[in-house]
Design a protein around this ligand. Structure first.
Ligand SMILES: [Zn+2]
Length: 323
């Protein structure tokens, strides 16, 4: 092929035509390739805190259910370590361990209502009760021998009602064991989880923990599930509807795909997010910014490891010895 020929091909590829035939502006969500979904997907959505599944994948969840698929949502923590959130409900009072536990149960109830609104039945939501603001410690210091105690709730284990495996404690190996069991039982075709570049330590730690569980789950006969990542905490994120995406997310070589939402799906996502009243007290604009005309995902793993900072330590580089 001549030099001119390869330039011409590149120029043709750079112009993306959406389904209505109009050219999409480069760098916008409309220019990204559309997310491909099979019929009757089985999607497993991993959510560090009670609102993350709805924020990152509230539209995708509705789409899969309406397509005859099955959705399982796993809430790793109850979001029970959010001091600013507790004090927004009870101003002027220094929260006690009891109040942090009470706050976590409120957030879990909000999540169950939100999921119901998206079409996910209670039986398809698993609450694991691991510590908010503690997941990154479970990937390093508290992996196997030492048990983490939440400085907020003073718990060292999930509540009895949320233990999938009896005698589970706040250790990384215990959480990975429960996640492995869920993956084995549910046999997902698609796993949806936080991207390793998410700047909240609980989010990038969730990525690491889920991948360890995936590595340990035996072959199920349904093949290796596809992996989709969502981003919640990142500079200039979420990008405003129709705007050019932040250069930082495009320059990193992440493979983005876009799920264009119908107006009904957008309304469903908004209605689900409206159940998170405790969070709307603290960050209403942030929550509502996730109701956009499309949901964006990063498919597959990044080419290079991305640091996940936990109390000054990059836990991505900690040796993994659980399995
Ligand atoms: Zn979160």
């Amino acid at each position: 092929m001549t030099k001119f020929g390869s330039w011409l091909v590149g120029a043709i590829v750079a112009v993306v035509l959406p389904s209505d035939g109009r050219a999409a502006s480069p760098g916008t969500a409309a220019a990204l390739p559309a997310l491909k979904l099979a019929k009757r997907e089985r999607i497993l959505v991993l959510s560090p805190h009670p609102d993350d599944a709805a924020l990152g994948a509230g539209g995708l969840i509705q789409r899969v259910i309406s397509g005859g698929g099955v959705v399982r949502v796993v809430q790793l923590t109850g979001g029970d370590g959010f001091s600013r959130g507790v004090m927004a409900i009870r101003p002027g009072v220094r929260p006690t361990a009891e109040e942090y536990r009470w706050y976590g149960s409120i957030r879990e109830q909000e999540d169950l209502r939100a999921m119901r609104r998206l079409g996910v039945r209670r039986a398809q939501v698993t609450l694991l009760g691991f510590p908010d603001d503690g997941l990154c410690g479970l990937t390093s210091t508290y992996r196997t021998a030492r048990v983490f105690e939440s400085p907020y709730t003073k718990r060292a284990s999930p509540p009895d009602s949320e233990q999938l495996v009896r005698n589970t404690m706040y250790r990384g190996a215990d959480l990975i064991r429960e996640l492995t069991q869920i993956i084995e039982e549910f046999r997902p075709t698609l796993i949806v989880l936080p991207h390793p570049g998410d700047q909240h330590p609980d989010h990038c730690a969730t990525h690491l923990l889920v991948h360890e569980a995936l590595a340990g789950a035996p072959e199920s006969g349904t093949g290796t599930p596809r992996v989709l990542h969502y981003l919640v905490h990142f500079p200039e994120w979420p990008a405003a509807d129709g705007s050019v995406l932040p250069s930082r997310v495009l320059e990193r070589g992440w493979v983005w795909t876009s799920l264009r939402l119908t107006s009904r799906e957008q309304a469903g996502k908004q209605a689900a997010l409206d159940f998170f009243k405790s969070q709307a007290l603290v960050m209403p604009e942030f929550l509502n910014a996730f109701v956009r005309s499309s949901e964006l995902f990063i498919e597959g793993e990044p080419a290079l490891p991305i640091p996940c900072w936990c109390s000054g330590e990059n836990i991505t580089s900690v040796p993994r010895t659980v399995h």
